[in-house]
Design a protein around this ligand. Structure first.
Ligand SMILES: NC(=O)c1ccc[n+]([C@@H]2O[C@H](COP(=O)([O-])OP(=O)(O)OC[C@H]3O[C@@H](n4cnc5c(N)ncnc54)[C@H](O)[C@@H]3O)[C@@H](O)[C@H]2O)c1
Ligand SMILES: [Zn+2]
Length: 347
């Protein structure tokens, strides 16, 4: 039998830079020209972000030699579906976007996930950059390369891992966020402190209130620190074989709570409760001291996040999470502030 070996050994460098600077959007024309990703850019954004920032940024870029066009969809998690991807792709084809062009994701996590997924499959893949406009997107979803959409039966079930070519974070864009969106991002930020960095956790204890006053120094610092922690964890484990799982602290329960609340509970709020529950488990297993659990709870409360829920997820709720293999669940449990472990619980 003739056998032809089709060799596809790949060694690729998907490294990218994250620019964190107040006003970096004003430097976009020169930065984009330097990385030279496309002849023109499709700015993918949602209806709200288009109004608040999209139109201004689009005009500014066009005026400064970066050809672009806005493609927007209705804001909200409900839009994170394949049909939105299809509609965006069709509009892009109609407007003549080809393989020489690129995508800019301008918005929160919903936009980032949709735009990244679209970029990874449009004409079999075109480059994209992220400009996150929510705190959660800046510290979490814009980094790490996870893209995707939801299915009716669950969140984020279709997607790819595709790294952006660059990420631009401008805290000027975050000034328009409502307070609940600031809290939403703080859930993930506190998570980073607990799993990796005690000093950062203490910094948050001292400076959290300044975030709500939009203190630029504090905001820039916590964004930088959070990204540095996420990058470090993801760097060596893009596909979540082990280390990356640490980022799921609070998420096993958190996801179940989000589903049970029919997504009325914001992600950062849900994982706040999830972290408290994980801490209770860790204390019961004598892995974590009660005083550390109390300190984490106090910081979450200080951030205005919930620490208790009326929803009580069952094992079934927990095992429908895509992170479970059906026989056991991996919980991420802290052992002290600044360290966490993967704890495999048999069902
Ligand atoms: N890819 C990843 O690694 C990853 C990680 C975490 C979360 N996510 C995904 O991210 C999504 C949640 O992201 P999110 O919390 O940013 O939600 P979102 O994108 O829905 O944004 C929240 C709301 O804020 C509005 N908004 C955005 N920027 C604004 C601004 N500057 N001023 C005022 N309003 C603004 C949006 O229009 C929306 O109404 C979920 O779908 C989640 O699955 C992905
Ligand atoms: Zn999360």
């Amino acid at each position: 039998m003739p056998i032809i070996q089709a060799k596809h050994k790949k060694e690729i460098d998907d490294s990218y830079k994250v620019f964190i600077e107040k006003g970096v959007v004003n430097k976009l024309p020169s930065l984009l020209k330097k990385i030279n990703l496309g002849q023109k850019y499709a700015i993918i954004t949602d209806s709200k972000t288009a109004k608040i920032h999209g139109q201004t940024i689009s005009k500014f870029l066009n005026k400064n030699g970066i050809k672009n066009e806005i493609f927007s969809f209705e804001s909200g998690e409900k839009s994170k579906t394949l049909s939105t991807i299809e509609e965006l792709a069709e509009s892009m084809v109609e407007k003549g976007f080809n393989r020489k062009d690129a995508i800019i994701a301008l918005g929160g996590g919903v936009v980032g996930d949709i735009a990244g997924f679209l970029a990874s499959i449009y004409l079999r893949g075109i480059p994209f950059v992220q400009i996150p406009t929510t705190l959660l997107a800046a510290v979490d979803s814009a980094i790490g390369g996870k893209t995707g959409v939801d299915l009716k039966i669950g969140k984020n079930l279709l997607g790819t891992i595709t790294q952006p070519k660059a990420v631009f974070i401008d805290i000027n864009l975050l000034k328009t966020l409502p307070e609940n969106q600031i809290r939403n991002g703080l859930g993930e930020i506190i998570k980073y402190g607990v799993i990796k960095d005690e000093k950062f956790f203490s910094y948050l204890e001292k400076n959290l209130s300044k975030v709500f006053n939009h203190d630029e120094k504090v905001l820039n610092y916590i964004i930088q620190k959070s990204i540095a922690i996420k990058v470090e964890v993801v760097e060596n484990d893009e596909k979540e074989a082990k280390n990356r799982m640490l980022l799921n602290y609070g998420h096993t329960y958190g996801h179940a709570l989000e589903t049970m609340s029919n997504y009325t509970l914001l992600h950062g709020y849900a994982i706040s409760i999830g972290m408290v529950i994980a801490n209770e488990m860790a204390v019961a297993k004598k892995l974590l001291k009660q005083k550390d659990a109390d300190r984490i709870k106090a910081l979450l409360e200080q951030a205005g996040l919930p620490v208790y829920s009326m929803y009580k997820p069952t094992m079934k709720n927990l095992t429908t999470d895509k992170k479970s293999d059906g026989k056991s669940i991996n919980f991420i449990l802290p052992t002290k502030i600044g360290n966490a472990i993967i704890y495999n619980q048999k069902i």
